[in-house]
Design a protein around this ligand. Structure first.
Ligand code: FEO
Length: 393
């Protein structure tokens, strides 16, 4: 438990040991579930709770501050890592009301079985007075669920945006103390959680311009006491500009595809293009997701297995399709033994990507001179396409 500003406390939990979220997303640096307590001169509000696995930490923090009464539990988002301990809090503070919007209320009733009369629903822009502190609710839908809202604490100029601007980063620092480390973690978080909703993230960035923000206290990772750091990073990530980069995830069984990938990566580098190469059988998919935030092009490398793509390559295609990066070009390189429909299969898996598919290069067996020539031509074509787009470095 620590104080951000007078009578505004961080009461959440750091989860140093968690290594996977949703049984999908790697957390190499752990995470935190941030909850905040605001003591006004008349009323007390708790903003969000924590993952149910850490409910005891939240309760201990509240007890240590000596909180006898909570009037409002503001629920910004129904996902369990923030709402899952609401029942524990209500058990300890039975008079508390849950403050949220109508959509989140419906979800919390579905997920936590909370009684209807425990809720106060608020509209976008509505305020709630705690006495000398005023909460202003700001709807920020689709960052990353439809119901998400944030709270602006008017007197202290703190914005609490829940997942928006978050980072999966376990740290003992309350505030960002190493911007390079947080930038990487926040970019990973953006890539995995927010990128599929780039358009609405952009709208929400515009919307919060109306607030005078001195501090952004997210629900994961350290607090931004220099908010322009993360706001500028988000502007860059959601912008339409792509970089002179090729993301090259690949898998190889008998080295044919690997040889093609290595030749192709060299050809791209010789042409001044940045390459982000990932061996799918061992890569951290979070790193792959980060690389998709800016890259102009993705090229998948795969051998043919049972007439189709290797399942690891299919997984990468499905993942890229789900994350909806702003990538503009795509292609496929790889090998086959006697035939197959890998190219059609993989291109059919990426309907969400608004990409131009460039001529794939498929080698029969081990790659031969003509295959390396075809790879050089693909590299030439990518360079020409990037130049046409005037991609940035
Ligand atoms: Fe951190 Fe969408 O929950």
């Amino acid at each position: 438990m620590r104080e951000l500003k007078p009578n505004v406390y961080a009461v959440g939990a750091v989860d140093w040991d968690r290594r996977l979220f949703d049984e999908l997303i790697p957390l190499p640096d752990g995470t935190s579930y941030n909850a905040y307590l605001i003591k006004g001169s008349e009323k007390t509000a708790l903003l969000d709770t924590v993952d149910p696995t850490k409910a005891d930490v939240l309760i201990d923090n509240l007890v240590r501050i000596g909180i006898n009464r909570i009037d409002y539990v503001v629920a910004h988002h129904a996902e369990q890592d923030h709402s899952g301990s609401i029942p524990d809090v209500l058990m300890l503070y039975p008079d508390a009301k849950i403050v949220t919007n109508a959509k989140c209320k419906g979800m919390l009733i579905d997920l936590l079985n909370v009684a209807d009369d425990k809720f106060i629903t608020v509209e976008d822009g509505q305020t709630l007075s705690l006495g000398d502190k005023t909460l202003q609710f700001v709807y920020i839908p689709w960052v990353h669920w439809p119901e998400t809202l944030g709270t602006y604490l008017q007197e202290d100029k703190i914005f609490f945006p829940c997942d928006f601007f978050g980072s999966h980063l376990a740290t003992s620092s309350l505030f960002v103390d190493d911007e390079a480390v947080v930038y990487e973690a926040a970019k990973r978080y953006y890539a995995e959680i927010m990128m599929p909703f780039r358009t609405t993230v952009k709208k929400n960035l515009e919307k919060i311009k109306a607030l005078e923000i001195e501090m952004i206290a997210t629900s994961h990772g350290p607090i931004y006491d220099r908010p322009e750091f993360i706001i500028d990073a988000y502007k860059d990530w959601v912008g339409d500009e792509v970089k002179n980069e090729v993301v090259l995830p690949y898998v190889s069984m008998h080295d044919s595809t690997r040889k093609m990938v290595e030749h192709f990566a060299d050809a791209l580098i010789e042409r001044g293009i940045t390459v982000k190469q990932f061996k799918l059988s061992s890569t951290d998919i979070g790193k792959l997701a980060i690389s998709l935030v800016d890259a102009a092009t993705i090229v998948l490398g795969s051998p043919t297995v049972l007439t189709g793509a290797h399942p690891a390559a299919a997984y990468a295609a499905i993942l890229a399709n789900a994350l909806r990066p702003k990538t503009r070009f795509a292609s496929i390189i790889g090998s086959y033994g006697w035939g197959g429909r890998m190219v059609e299969q993989l291109t059919g898996m990426i309907p969400n990507l608004k990409v131009e598919v460039l001529e794939p290069v498929m080698a029969k067996g081990h790659p031969k001179d003509e295959d390396f020539v075809a790879l050089d031509k693909l590299a030439d074509q990518i360079l020409a396409k990037h130049k046409e787009l005037k991609v940035s470095k």
